[in-house]
Each structure stands twice: as C-alpha cells, then as structure tokens.
Design a binder for this molecule. Structure first.
Ligand SMILES: [Zn+2]
Length: 374
C-alpha cells in the first residue's frame, strides 16, 4: 500500500511542477530560464536572410488608399491686374495605407482629364487653364486617375467686374459679357441699347395676365429653370404667378421717361432703372407675385407665404432674390422680394448661403481689386 501511495504523490508532484512551469511561461521540455522566443544564436544567424524576405512578403503591401487634388477648388479668371489667373497648377497627393502621404504629381502614369474641355483644359503635369470662350459662372471639374483611384478639383470661372465693362464714346460704361448667365447689370453697368438676347422663349408657367407679350419671355435656360421652380411651388401648394420678364431697351425707356415725368428723376431712379440698366433686358429676371397680394409687386410680398417660399426655394433652381433687404447701398435698389434673377445653380446657392449680392460675388476672390476698391 505504501508504494502506490508514494507513486501517486510523485505523479501529483510532477503534475504540479509541470503546471507551475507552464504558468511561469516555460515548457517543461526546455531548460528553465531560456526564453523560447530567443532561438539559439546559430539558428538565428541561419534565418537572418530568410527572415528579411519573409518580412516583406508577410507585411501587407503599402497601397494608395486615397488620391487628393490640391486645391480642391480653383477659381480662374484671366487678366486680373497684377496676376494672371487663367492658369493654375494642381498637385496630386497620394494618401497611403500606412498613414503616409506622397506628392505624386510628376508620376507619368497619372491621367488628368477635364469634365468640360470647352471650359477648362489640363495638361499631363496638372496645369489647368480656362479656355478663351469660358464665361463667368461656368464651372467644371478636373479629374486625376491613378491605380484605379480618382480625385477631383472644381474649376470655377469668374471674371472680375472690371474685365467685363468698357466705356463708350459717350462715357457710358457698357458690359461686355452680355450673354453670360452671371452678367452684372446695374446703375454703373449698362447693356447696349441694341442688345436683345437671342434665345428668348416663353416659359410654361402661369402668368398674371393674358395675351402675347415680350414680358412673358426669358432666356431659354432661365425659362426652363423657372418652370421647375413653379412645378415645385405647385407641389408644395404655393400659388406663384409670373408678372414681368424680358423688357426691351425701348420699353424700359418709355417706363423710365414716364416715371421721371410723374415723380421727378431722383425718385424715379430709386425704383426704376435707366434704359440699358434694367436687369429685365438680360432676359434672366422675372417678377413674381401671387393672388394673395393681388399680383402686386410690392415689399409686402416678402411677408406672404408665397414670398417666403420663393426666397427659400429660388436658389435650388438657380435664382436669387436680386435686391435683398438691407443691401440697397450695394445693389443700388430698394428691397424687391418679387424680383428673381437667374444666375445658375452654383452661384445662386453660394450667394444665398453667404448672404451676398451678385456685386459682392465678383469682388470676393480678387484681393488686388479689393484693395483698389476700398
Ligand atoms: Zn423686376
């Protein structure tokens, strides 16, 4: 009976020692004190070269996780005094899976493309230029592609106000970019008497009056946008009516002369445009009203449900409230909540978001001109 007891004790002791050794991080088969992670020196030497190979193979290869074009937005304009902004260079940064980044602009395999080569072009080195025919308000993107990744940079064309005006023999400042959807016509910038837009059409929207009239016309792109705006209004249960769109130079002259005769020139000029200085001659403006205010064009329209709806939604269709409240000193006109002006979606949204007038839009981004102006 004694022997089995001693044997059992030994077995239990051996198990206990084994368990303790395991818990201590050692395997009972190896000498205690030697770290199994440290292979014998000889073996280590033999493996050194192989390990270098396997290290490269084992680690996940560093790849490009994202491409970035810098800057992400470019505003280009020719002939700004003191700086030619017709050209600009973009750089391409590769963001890698290991967290690093690298300027890869000079890599030959990069493929640059322009979203619209009639507005901007780009060469193989990332030099972006706007074309001779690019107009204010035009915009496109420059795209770069490399190893299946792409990045984009928005290109916006913006001519300064000084570039789009000329003085005629009579000393009148005439705008030169007549057909731009972002043309600025105001008391300092006139349209020539003979300017008639060549794409006037009648938008399919309800008018406040019946019959044929030049007042029902708008330039095509603006007319189509107006139709979409009115469609959205109808869907929202808002009754809008178009009251007055295109107005020829001669019509404006009749209106202005009448106002001067009845109210005096100073008062007439406050609310009525000098012929050539009415936005309605651009074919991009429309006066809007509603039955709730008996189709009147007056400030109170801004406080109606329809007026508020119009101010909120016009920018989503490329229109701005051209003469906002409190901006008379800049626009030259009192608040006109009924007068909407087509400028295109991108500019309309930017102006609304920044609470800027069209005049201010062309001032911003031109530091040289800004200094001269103030
Ligand atoms: Zn108007």
């Amino acid at each position: 009976m004694t022997t089995p007891y001693i044997q059992r004790t030994r077995i239990i002791a051996a198990i206990l020692i084994t368990v303790m050794l395991i818990l201590a991080g050692c395997s009972p088969g190896k000498p205690t004190g030697a770290n199994p992670a440290d292979p014998p020196a000889v073996i280590e030497q033999n493996h050194t070269i192989e390990n270098d190979h396997s290290r490269i193979e084992d680690k996940p290869a560093v790849t490009i996780s994202r491409l970035e074009l810098i800057p992400s937005e470019l505003t280009l304009s020719p002939n700004v005094p003191g700086q030619d902004q017709r050209f600009a260079n973009v750089t391409v940064t590769a963001h890698k899976t290991d967290g690093t980044e690298e300027d890869i602009t000079r890599i030959e395999q990069l493929v640059f493309t322009s979203g619209d080569s009639e507005i901007a072009v780009v060469d193989s080195e990332g030099r972006v230029s706007i074309t001779e025919t690019a107009k204010t308000g035009d915009h496109t993107v420059i795209r770069v592609e490399y190893e299946g990744r792409t990045a984009e940079c928005a290109v916006i064309v913006k001519y300064s106000l000084e570039e789009t005006v000329t003085t005629n023999a009579e000393g009148v400042s005439l705008v030169t970019n007549l057909a731009d959807h972002a043309v600025v016509v105001n008391k300092q910038r006139s349209l020539p008497a003979d300017y008639v837009p060549n794409d006037l059409i009648q938008p399919d929207v309800p008018f406040s009056f019946a019959g044929k009239s030049e007042k029902k016309l708008m330039r095509e792109q603006a007319a189509r946008a107006l139709e979409q705006l009115f469609k959205k209004a109808e869907a929202d249960g808002i009754q809008l009516y178009a009251v007055s769109g295109y107005r020829s130079y001669s019509t404006q002259k009749i209106i202005f002369d009448y106002n001067v005769q009845t109210q005096g020139e100073e008062e007439a000029r406050r609310f009525s445009a000098h012929p050539g200085q009415s936005e309605h001659q651009t074919g991009l403006a429309m006066d809007i009203s509603s039955p709730s205010i008996h189709f009147a064009l007056e400030e109170a329209f801004g406080d109606t449900e329809e007026g508020r709806w119009l101010a909120d939604h016009a920018p989503d269709f490329g229109f701005i409230i051209r003469y906002p409240e409190g901006k008379e000193a800049i626009t030259g006109y009192a608040y006109e909540p009924w007068h909407i002006r087509y400028v295109g979606l991108r500019i309309a949204r930017e102006l609304t978001e920044k609470q800027m007038t069209l005049e201010q839009y062309f001032e911003s981004g031109f530091p040289v001109l800004k200094q001269e102006n103030r």
